[in-house]
Design a protein around this ligand. Structure first.
Ligand code: ADP
Ligand code: SF4
Ligand code: MG
Length: 380
């Protein structure tokens, strides 16, 4: 697969954990269960995440644990997340740093194996296919990373970088791909033109470009294998504000022209407002609200969504009564019981401290899903 992970992303991280003790409190079939209100497979769904979970083993080394009598430490980065993305749609995932957005992205492109749950692409589970089928399918799914410099090989020219997915497709024997240097060079020039770069840029190296141009190179590389689905993990967060809008507009333009489907990840709701059709709000590894963009900005329901929207100055001036929430995201290794948002929530009740809310549609809003007792009890 031509997805190149950021060189910085995994630094200092520990291994994946097999689902075990942390799952103890969950019923055995929890992984296969889809939260109430979610269709298992929308007719036009291209991508479906079904009860996706990821647990990382962040324990100290075995000897240290034995000497210091410390238990294993398992971090539940993603916890039963389900959603579908329809063809041509942009689903955005938002939430503060550490809430599991990038882990979801990596699960969707196959860079992490799920601890539980599954990803379906075109109705078929991602993992269950022969090696060659998986390679072919994964060329249809590409990822764009936050730091375009770290994800581009500094020793390769832009032409080599953009051509690599094409060469990989030739190597994998995918039918109908270009072959021959001249044809590949023409295709690379075409891809560079599509992202607003010139043919002459192909001979340069990544360090000769600005941040915005480097992200354009990443986009050209991602488009080379003619993907249907692009996972964009904070693609503009490292860019200056003025450049962000240009890259976002380019991405929207390409989506229309090439019928692309996007999962767009950002911690910034203002950016998400610009690009998305639907928005999923994540908190400590779980989806707490999933709604069409207009519904979410017109009437944010979950107290955490309200807090995020209240923090955007331009969008906050609508006369709605504000529910400012203080505090920080808790340590994921010691997540609060019940609703994990309760220590920060102005609407928290005794029930919130013991019972975890389930994602379900509130009254009179079937296209919205929200996980909140106060909303269910009509006191939010
Ligand atoms: N490879 C890994 N090993 C251990 N912990 C990880 C790994 N990747 C992510 N995490 C942890 O999982 C949680 C979610 O991380 P991440 O998905 O990167 O969140 P976000 O993208 O929303 O900032 C964080 O607590 C992070 O430290
Ligand atoms: S379930 Fe309770 S604590 Fe959680 S967001 Fe709703 S009201 Fe707040
Ligand atoms: Mg991230």
């Amino acid at each position: 697969m031509s997805v190149q992970p950021s060189r910085t992303a995994e630094a200092g991280r520990t291994g994946d954990a097999k689902p075990s003790p942390v799952d103890a409190g969950h019923p055995p079939d929890a992984a296969a269960r889809v939260p109430q209100g979610l269709p298992t497979q929308a007719p036009s769904a291209l991508v479906e995440a079904r009860a996706l979970s990821k647990i990382f083993d962040v324990s100290p080394p075995w000897l240290t644990r034995v000497i210091e009598r410390r238990p294993r430490q398992l971090l539940r980065a993603v916890d039963g997340v389900s959603f579908t993305i329809c063809r041509g749609e942009t689903l955005a995932l938002v939430g503060e740093s550490g809430c599991g957005k990038s882990t979801v992205a990596r699960l969707l492109v196959g860079l992490h194996a799920p601890s539980a749950g599954s990803v379906f692409f075109n109705g078929e589970p991602l993992g269950a296919a022969s090696r060659s089928q998986q390679v072919a399918r994964r060329q249809r799914i590409q990822m764009i990373f936050q730091d375009p410099y770290a994800s581009l090989n500094p020793r390769w020219t832009v032409r080599e970088i953009v051509a690599e997915p094409l060469r990989a497709a030739v190597r994998s024997g995918r039918p109908g791909v270009l072959s021959g240097t001249a044809a590949i060079n023409r295709k690379v020039e075409d891809l560079l033109a599509q992202v607003g770069l010139s043919a002459a840029d192909g001979a340069k190296y990544p360090h000769q470009f600005s941040g915005g141009q480097r992200q354009r190179i990443s986009i050209a590389r991602a488009l080379a294998s003619e993907p249907e689905f692009l996972v964009c993990d904070e693609p503009t967060s490292a860019l200056d504000v003025s450049v962000q809008a240009q890259v976002l507009n380019l991405m929207k333009d390409l989506q229309t022209r090439q019928s692309l489907t996007y999962l767009f990840i950002s911690h910034n709701l203002a950016v998400v407002h610009h690009v998305s059709d639907r928005i999923g709000v994540m908190y400590l590894g779980r989806l707490v609200e999933l709604a069409p963009k207009r519904a979410l900005f017109r009437e944010p329901r979950h107290p955490y969504t309200r807090m995020l929207i209240d923090s955007i100055p331009d969008l906050a001036a609508d006369g709605r009564i504000r529910t400012p929430v203080a505090g920080e995201v808790p340590n994921p290794l010691a997540a609060p019981p019940g609703c994990t948002f309760h220590p920060r929530c102005p609407l928290a009740s005794e029930r919130c401290r013991r019972e975890r809310p389930v994602l379900k549609p509130p009254a009179n809003a079937e296209e919205v899903l929200v996980a909140c007792h106060a909303i269910e009890e009509k006191r939010g």
